[in-house]
Ligand binder design. Structure first.
Ligand code: ZN
Length: 680
C-alpha cells in the first residue's frame, strides 16, 4: 500500500488525511521526504548556470515542502494527541531532522550560490519581500559561521558544542535542586489559609511518597498556592529561601560557574561573528534591533512605572501592618497581594463563569472576526480530523472566497500537553498563479462540560481563547508569496501583537454584549462585573511591571555588556543589575541568575524584554482602535493590510508604522494599567 503521507492528499483542500495515517507510516515517510528534500537542494548546487534569485533563492525556499508537511502533522500530533509510540518515533526522527538542517546550514556549495546572489542584490530590482527572503537565507548561513575561515569555523563549532553542553547542565542542575527539596507537614494547623484544592493536592503528593500528612515541593503547582495562601509566615520564609537558593549553594548542582562560562562563550561567539555583544547578535533579528533600543525602552518604562510601584508597595506594606508586619519581605509578596486583592475587589471567579459558556464565547470571537475582518466561519464535517472532539471550520471572506481551514481542539485529554497554543498544518504561499491557503489550528485545555453543565469558561480561559484566536487570524489572513515569511513567521518580539491585541476586546462592553450572556437566563453580564474584571486585572500593575523589567534588565546586563570576561561574582553582578528595580530587601543566600532557565537554558537570552515590549505594542495598537471605534472597519483593514497579511515580509517596525502612522510608545500601556493619569 502506498504511504498516505507521501502521495498527494486527495482530501478537501488537501487537508491532512488523518484517518488514513497510521503510526508506522511516519518513519518511512520522514526518510523518503528527507531524500526528496536533499535531491531538491542538489538541483541548486549542481546547477552550472549563473546563480539567480529564481534558480537558487526561490528553489531553496520551496524545497522540502513534503518534509515540512509531514513534520507539521507529526509534531502537532505529538503535542495534541500523542502516545508512547509517537513519542518514541519523535525521539528517533528528531536527530534525522537536525542532521538534515545542519547539512543545509553547512553546505558550502549552496552558500556560495546564495552569496553570489546576495552580493548583486542591489542590481536585481527585488520586491521588499524578495529582499527579505534573500537576506534571511544569507543570514542563516553567516550567523552560523559560513563566512569564517577554517580556523574560526572550527572555533565556532567548539563554542557551540560547549554551549549546548552547558545549557543542558544548567537545566539539569535547576531540576535536581528543585527536586531535592520537599516540605513535609503533619500538623494540619500549619496549613491555615490554604484552599481545599491545594490541600488535597498536597495530601495526594504525600500519599504518592508513602507519607502521612501533606507534602509541598518547589514545582510551581505546589509552590505558588503555598506562597499565596499559607498564613504561617515562617513557613513561607523557609519555602521562599529554599526556592531562591536553587543552584546557588556551592554543592554539585551549583550553577555559578556555568552562568559565567555561558555568558563568556556567548560573547566570544558573537565577537567571532563580528558583533559587539551577544545581545547585538540576537537583536539583529528582532523588532527592537539593538540593545540600546531595548535599554532605552526599559529605562523609559521603568521611570514611568516606578513611582506607581513604590506607591503600591507602600499600600501593601500598610495593609500588612495590620498583621504587625513592619517590613515586607519577598515571602510576603504573593500572600498580601492576594489578601488585598480580595479585600478590594471581591471578584468571584465562579460567579463569572455562567456568562461564558464555551459555545457562546466561540460565537463571540467569530462575530468579532466578522465585524472587523469580514470573515465567516462555517463548521463542516467534511474535513478529516485527528480526534472526534476537534471542530473543523471552513473560513471564507465576504466574497465567499475560501480563506483557510480552521481546526479547534478545546478540551484536555490524555495525550495532549498542557497549556494553549496556535499552530498550523499547512502554510500559505503563492506560486504559479495559485494562492495556496493555510490550515490553522488552535489547541486548548478548557473546562470540560459535565453531565449537568455545559463547558463554562473562567475569565482567564476566555482571554486565552481570544489570544490564540488572534494568532490564528495572523495565520489565516496571511497573504504573502513565500511560506517562510507567511503568517506568524515574524520576529518573535512582534509575534504576540495580534494575539494580545485581540484580548483587549474581552474587556469592552460593546464586545461582551455580543456573547457574554448567562447560559440559563440569557441575561447579559452586569457591567459592574466587567468593571471589576478590568480593575482587578490592573491590580499592583506597577509592582508587576517593575518585576518584569528587573528580569529583562538582568538579562540585558548579562548579554549586552562588552566585557563579561571580567565578571567574577554572579551574585554581586546581579545585585548591581537589580539596583534600580528592587522593592523587597535582598536575601544574601538567594540568587536569581543561577535558576534563570529562560535565558541560560532556553532560547530567551537577550529576549526577556519581549514580554513588556509586546504589551506596549498591543496597548498602543488597541488605542488606535479605541480612537476610531473598536469595530471600525477601516482601522481593522489597515491592520490586516499592514500587519496580519504581511507576515515577516518586511521589518516589523515599518509594518507597524504603516498601520499606526507612528512608532509605538508606552503611554497607552501605562494608561491602560492605571500607572499614569488617564486624563494626563
Ligand atoms: Zn501567544
Amino acid at each position: 500500500m502506498i504511504n498516505p503521507l507521501l502521495k498527494k492528499f486527495n482530501t478537501k483542500y488537501t487537508t491532512a488525511p488523518f484517518s488514513q495515517i497510521k503510526n508506522e507510516h511516519f518513519k518511512p515517510a520522514f526518510k523518503e521526504a528527507i531524500k526528496i528534500a536533499k535531491a531538491e537542494i542538489d538541483t541548486i548546487t549542481k546547477n552550472t548556470n549563473v546563480p539567480t534569485f529564481e534558480n537558487t533563492i526561490e528553489i531553496l525556499e520551496f524545497s522540502g515542502k513534503t518534509l515540512k508537511r509531514i513534520s507539521s502533522i507529526f509534531f502537532n500530533l505529538n503535542s495534541a494527541e500523542t502516545n508512547d509510540q509517537i513519542q518514541k518515533i519523535a525521539q528517533e526522527v528528531s536527530p534525522w531532522l537536525s542532521e538534515f538542517a545542519n547539512d543545509i546550514r553547512l553546505n558550502e556549495k549552496l552558500f556560495k550560490r546564495v552569496r553570489l546572489v546576495f552580493d548583486i542584490k542591489d542590481e536585481l530590482n527585488l520586491t521588499a519581500e524578495q529582499d527579505m527572503l534573500l537576506n534571511n537565507q544569507y543570514k542563516m548561513f553567516v550567523r552560523n559561521g559560513a563566512n569564517l575561515n577554517d580556523t574560526d569555523k572550527s572555533k565556532l563549532r567548539e563554542i557551540d558544542k560547549k554551549l549546548a553542553k552547558l545549557s543542558l547542565q544548567f537545566g539539569e542542575n535547576v531540576l535536581a535542586e528543585t527536586n531535592a527539596f520537599e516540605l513535609h507537614i503533619s500538623d494540619e494547623n500549619q496549613l491555615k489559609g490554604l484552599p481545599e484544592g491545594a490541600k488535597e493536592a498536597a495530601q495526594l503528593l504525600a500519599k504518592q511518597k508513602e507519607k502521612q500528612g501533606w507534602v509541598f515541593t518547589l514545582d510551581y503547582p505546589s509552590y505558588i498556592p503555598f506562597m499565596t495562601y499559607i498564613d504561617d509566615r515562617s513557613l513561607r520564609e523557609q519555602m521562599s529561601n529554599v526556592f531562591g537558593a536553587r543552584a546557588f549553594q556551592n554543592n554539585k548542582n551549583d550553577n555559578q560557574q556555568i552562568v559565567l562560562d555561558i555568558v563568556k562563550l556567548r560573547y566570544e561567539r558573537a565577537k567571532l561573528l563580528g558583533y559587539k555583544t551577544h545581545a547585538h547578535f540576537v537583536l539583529e533579528e528582532r523588532m527592537a534591533e539593538t540593545p540600546e533600543k531595548v535599554m532605552s525602552f526599559s529605562n523609559e518604562l521603568l521611570s514611568k512605572a516606578k513611582p506607581a510601584a513604590e506607591r503600591e508597595f507602600k499600600q501593601l506594606t500598610s495593609f500588612a501592618q495590620k498583621d504587625g508586619i513592619e517590613q515586607l519581605q519577598k515571602w510576603d509578596s504573593a500572600y498580601y497581594s492576594e489578601k488585598l486583592k480580595k479585600e478590594l475587589f471581591e471578584l468571584d471567579q465562579e460567579a463569572l463563569k455562567p456568562f461564558f459558556k464555551l459555545e457562546n464565547v466561540i460565537d463571540g470571537v467569530f462575530t468579532i472576526a466578522n465585524k472587523l475582518f469580514e470573515l465567516h466561519f462555517n463548521e463542516v464535517d467534511t474535513i478529516d480530523k485527528y480526534h472526534k472532539e476537534v471542530k473543523t471550520y471552513e473560513v471564507t471572506n465576504s466574497n465567499g472566497d475560501f480563506i483557510a481551514v480552521f481546526y479547534a481542539d478545546f478540551f484536555p485529554r490524555k495525550g495532549k500537553r498542557n497549556g494553549a497554543w496556535m499552530t498550523s498544518y499547512k502554510d500559505q504561499w503563492k506560486k504559479d498563479n495559485e494562492n495556496s491557503r493555510p490550515h490553522v489550528s488552535i489547541v486548548c485545555n478548557f473546562t470540560k462540560p459535565t453531565e449537568t453543565k455545559p463547558s463554562l469558561l473562567t475569565f482567564n480561559e476566555v482571554t486565552t481563547l481570544f489570544h490564540e484566536f488572534g494568532h490564528a487570524l495572523h495565520g489565516m489572513l496571511a497573504n504573502t508569496t513565500y511560506p517562510s515569511l507567511s503568517g506568524t513567521s515574524v520576529y518573535w518580539d512582534f509575534v504576540e501583537l495580534p494575539s494580545q491585541l485581540l484580548e483587549n476586546w474581552c474587556y469592552e462592553k460593546e464586545a461582551l454584549d455580543l456573547f457574554a450572556r448567562h447560559y440559563e437566563t440569557n441575561e447579559p453580564i452586569p457591567m459592574e462585573m466587567v468593571q471589576k474584571i478590568k480593575d482587578s486585572s490592573n491590580f499592583l500593575e506597577g509592582i508587576q511591571t517593575l518585576r518584569q523589567l528587573s528580569f529583562g534588565l538582568l538579562d540585558m546586563s548579562w548579554h549586552g555588556g562588552e566585557s563579561p570576561v571580567i565578571i567574577k561574582n554572579v551574585k554581586d553582578f546581579e545585585t548591581m543589575a537589580f539596583a534600580d528595580t528592587q522593592l523587597y530587601p535582598d536575601v544574601a543566600e538567594n540568587c536569581m541568575s543561577t535558576a534563570f532557565s529562560h535565558i541560560f537554558q532556553g532560547g530567551y537570552s537577550s529576549g526577556y524584554y519581549s514580554y513588556k515590549w509586546a504589551e506596549v505594542l498591543d496597548a498602543d495598537a488597541f488605542e488606535h482602535f479605541k480612537e476610531t471605534g473598536i469595530f471600525n472597519k477601516q482601522t481593522a483593514k489597515k491592520f490586516t493590510e499592514n500587519v496580519l497579511s504581511q507576515g515577516g515580509t518586511e521589518k516589523p517596525m515599518l509594518l507597524y508604522k504603516r498601520f499606526r502612522g507612528k512608532e509605538p510608545n508606552s503611554d497607552a500601556l501605562l494608561k491602560r494599567a492605571g500607572l499614569i493619569n488617564k486624563r494626563g
